[in-house]
Write a protein that binds this ligand. Structure first.
Ligand code: FE2
Length: 430
């Protein structure tokens, strides 16, 4: 007797229809002839069952603070950082915990069950660190939450930032963060990359730097990060986040840099919702998109994973913990509309994010954890197109959240009664 059986599901690799049998929090069987005896049966009706979504780049200490103490008028990264600096002294542990937990509830409903969040450590007291360590503990039964010690105001630019960062790591923050393009000079930026990588190497930790989140074609810290990653043998433990300036590099330099990134084994995490809105603000026209070179990095076999970055905070007024919205924006902003690339965009917010965070491969397989989503879509591309409804969110074999399918009831003479967006099948064999 199984605890849960999902019938007639399709998998992200196209296999199906299959039944997925779950027992004791694990996938007991995936196949066509699974016995039907289960305490609960969910009929997937030919829809997609996938691993849960992963967000490898977020700021949970700032989330849902939109409008506190005022709105970002210019829409730039720099005004966002200044605004956050105004809000920081007003933060309390209780308020940050409350907003973060509210966000985590939304995340679960969206099937987002692994999140890497940066937490500002540039100034004492470490309110955000204290709050998010508590949140990490509270949500542990349903969200894998990794924390990055992030010196938002610069490791060297903000007085005491290095001491605060070390203290945050001592308190249990998981990953070493940084922001080299915000240091006072290029030299300070490069020095901060070296120092942060050495701290991580000494402590056996991972590294995740906001790297070249800038329209400056001379912002070239990712080359230092690649070199340090190679020098210290940090390989798959390093993430370069944003890397927006690569959009503005000349093609020759990019053609030299990308093989160095690939050689280092670093992951790259662009954040399409944020970089399409923050970058290019000082341009007139043509206006740069500011997204890194996703297709070229992929061609060099670099793991690229889209992140969300923000939801309703000093940098971004929208957002809804929806990693399909992130993938959808990535498809547009890169742009990349081949079927191969759109399918990849889906995998980027599941498998790609898990690899960037150093989590186990989440592919659904027998003996693996019963963590999965039932989506109102037939396949990964349709899931991206529709930002598919999360019909069921399952972790450890338990249904954590259900959402009713999106079906409109029509009142049109001579037309059908209802419209289900997932009934519009894509062309076959294209
Ligand atoms: Fe960020």
């Amino acid at each position: 007797m199984f605890d849960l059986l999902i019938k007639e599901a399709y998998l992200p690799d196209g296999r199906g229809p299959v039944n997925i049998a779950i027992k004791d929090g694990k996938i007991a069987a995936i196949g066509q002839n699974t016995p039907d005896n289960a305490a609960e049966i969910i009929d997937a009706k030919g829809q997609l069952v996938s691993p849960p979504f992963v967000d490898p780049h977020f700021h949970m200490d700032a989330t849902l603070s939109l409008g506190l103490p005022r709105l970002n008028q210019s829409g730039t990264l720099l005004e966002g950082i200044a605004l956050w600096g105004e809000l920081k002294p007003m933060l309390t542990v209780e308020a940050v915990v409350e907003r973060a937990l509210r966000y985590c509830d939304l995340a679960v409903s969206q099937g987002l069950l692994s999140i890497r969040s940066h937490v500002d450590v540039s100034t004492a007291p470490l309110t955000g660190v204290e709050a998010l360590l508590e949140v990490r503990k509270t949500v542990a039964p349903y969200i894998d939450l990794q924390l990055v010690a992030f010196p938002q105001d610069g490791l060297f630019r903000a007085e005491g930032a290095e001491e605060n960062l070390m203290r945050a790591l001592d308190m249990g923050v998981d990953v070493v963060g940084g922001i080299p393009h915000f240091e006072r000079t290029m030299e300070d930026g490069a020095r901060s990359v070296k120092r942060l990588c050495e701290i991580a190497a000494d402590r056996g930790l991972r590294v995740d730097l906001h790297c070249d989140e800038s329209d400056d074609p001379m912002s070239r810290h990712v080359e230092t990060l690649a070199a340090e990653t190679t020098r210290l043998g940090l390989g798959g433990r390093v993430v370069a986040s944003h890397v927006s300036a690569m959009h503005s590099y000349d093609n020759y330099y990019a053609s030299k840099l990308i093989p160095l990134i690939a050689e280092s084994g670093m992951h790259v995490v662009p954040n399409p919702l944020i970089n399409i809105t923050l970058q290019g603000r000082s341009d007139t026209y043509p206006r740069r998109r500011g997204l890194t070179r996703v297709q070229e990095l992929r061609a060099a076999e670099v793991n690229v994973a889209f992140g969300q970055d923000c939801t309703m905070d000093p940098w971004y007024p929208l957002g809804s913990a929806d990693m399909l919205e992130v993938a959808h924006m990535g498809v547009h902003a890169v742009p990349m509309t081949s079927r191969e690339a759109m399918e990849w965009a889906f995998h980027s917010v599941t498998m790609g994010g898990a690899a960037a965070m150093g989590l186990p491969d989440p592919t659904l397989r027998e003996g693996g954890p019963a963590n999965m989503l039932l989506l109102q879509a037939r396949d990964p591309i349709e899931a991206v197109r529709l930002k598919a409804t999360r019909l069921a969110v399952i972790r450890g074999g338990k249904v954590l959240s259900r959402t009713a399918p999106r079906i409109a009831q029509l009142s049109l003479e001579g037309r059908p009664d209802s419209v289900n967006p997932a009934d519009y099948a894509p062309p076959q064999n294209t």
